[in-house]
Write a protein that binds this ligand. Structure first.
Ligand code: ADP
Length: 305
């Protein structure tokens, strides 16, 4: 079976001379749930833009379900549904018409288009908005409608560019559920994100992209295994005692009411809490000091050097 998406030596230099993609290779197998993960400006949207023909490439090859986009673009395009980052609707159209017009673009008969529209609106929890004008929808609803629109021609591959940008937590959860279900039904899903947690929660495989290069790719589990330690900051209600020691743990007092803790893989925070409460100190909040994605970059780059 051909890969759902195969990209080789993909390059993009924008008109101003900026090299956004420096020859990337990646392969997403059919049925996979895949993340293109990287910080802002890494080149994720440029990649998606090229795959969906919104951006012209400067070099390289893109195959969608085995079809080269340079050879049969319209057939390749039928295999994918794209959910772009920006809303691109006519605000005066109503919700159902948005879906029916999109279906018409793919030559889907009107009866079938209506059936699918109702099905996807229902699935995405916006069935009650079927006859409402676009301008009346909230941002989260528009985002879900974009997913319905991307699926109306039942593509084999669904590609989402930062799908949860600006979406609240509750809606994010239901969106995740929908995407998981769609993937379990056999559809390949590729998303871009700059949240490691999002990739971790949803995806099986991941490519990390930075400054227009693929830094690493593989299973998310293997990549996360590389994160050997984490640093937490514990804010306390009370001033910390001058010396606080817990055997086996590296602790640093960074402020009178803030303790920094290094946790090796498998170590728990519980003994620290116990020691602090034994010293009459209450912890009021806890935060992860570093961005784990940044840490993953550091690990990968150290491994590469
Ligand atoms: P990401 O989606 O990972 O945030 P993008 O693919 O949007 O990254 O952008 C990659 C880089 O290309 C960024 O540095 C961005 O500023 C630059 N870029 C994007 N679009 C253009 C453009 N039309 N002209 C020039 N540079 C661009």
């Amino acid at each position: 079976m051909p890969a759902a998406l195969e990209i080789s030596s993909l390059q993009k230099t924008y008109a101003n001379g900026f090299e956004a993609l420096k020859g990337i290779d990646l392969k997403v197998e059919e049925g996979d749930f895949y993340a293109l993960l990287g910080p802002n400006g890494a080149g994720k949207s440029t990649t998606i833009g090229i795959v969906s023909s919104l951006v012209s490439k400067s070099g390289g090859k893109v195959r969608i379900c085995g079809i080269d986009i340079d050879e049969d673009f319209s057939l390749a395009k039928k295999q994918i549904g794209i959910v772009p980052q920006e809303f691109n609707f006519n605000v005066f159209e109503n919700v159902e018409d948005v879906l029916i017009h999109q279906a018409g673009y793919y030559g889907i008969p009107i009866g079938l288009a209506r059936e699918r529209a109702v099905y996807y609106l229902e699935k995405l929890g916006i069935a009650d908005k079927q006859h409402v004008q676009m301008r009346m929808l909230s941002g989260g609803m528009k985002r879900r409608l974009m997913i319905a629109r991307a699926l109306i021609h039942e593509p084999r591959v669904l590609i989402l560019d930062e799908p949860t940008a600006g979406v609240d937590i509750e809606m994010r959860r239901s969106m995740y559920e929908f995407l998981r279900e769609t993937n379990e039904q056999g559809r390949t899903i590729i998303l871009t994100t700059h949240y490691l947690e999002e990739a971790e929660m949803l995806c099986r495989n991941v490519a990390i992209i930075n400054h227009g290069n693929i830094v690493t790719q593989g299973s998310i589990k293997d990549l996360l295994r590389g994160l050997n330690s984490e640093t937490f900051l514990l804010d306390t209600q009370d001033a910390l005692p001058p010396r606080i020691e817990v055997p086996g743990y590296a602790l640093r007092q960074v402020e009178p009411q803030c303790l920094e803790v290094d946790l090796a893989k498998g170590q728990e925070l519980a003994p620290i809490f116990t020691a602090l409460s034994g010293a009459g100190v209450t912890v009021v909040s806890m935060r992860n000091k570093e961005n784990r994605l940044e840490r993953m970059f550091v690990n990968v780059l150290e491994g590469a050097s």
